[in-house]
Design a protein around this ligand. Sequence first.
Ligand SMILES: [Cu+2]
Length: 138
Amino acid sequence: MVKAALVVTHALALALLVPGPALAQRALAELACTPTKTDFIYHCVIHLTRGGQALTGARITVGADMPSMPMAHNVRPVEATPGKIPGEYQAMLDLEMPGEWAVKLRLAGPVRDQLILLYDFDDKGAHPVTRSGRPHRK
Ligand SMILES: [Cu+2]
């Protein structure tokens, strides 16, 4: 009896260690934003991939929040439209101030998922925020 219980435990541990297909196939997104002539309105291109392939046909709702200022902003989520190349989508983000924003992508269609992208927005565009909290410049 003891041995059987051990075997079961071992199988369970393995199941937990091996990522399931859903996890391995998570969508990844990158943002490239350029400021427009209007203050804090950015034109953003979202590059969406899954398993290294361009993810096409997704419906993306884009929202934004400032982690450092909870409840301070109320940015209305917008629908992204397909961009020029497969896996590309574009949206205008009307942010209320520069700084660090958590851009929230809600995906529907072939993949249902939610992605949070931390980006620092300034007068040149948007840069991904690294774990150290400092914006990453290319
Ligand atoms: Cu703010």
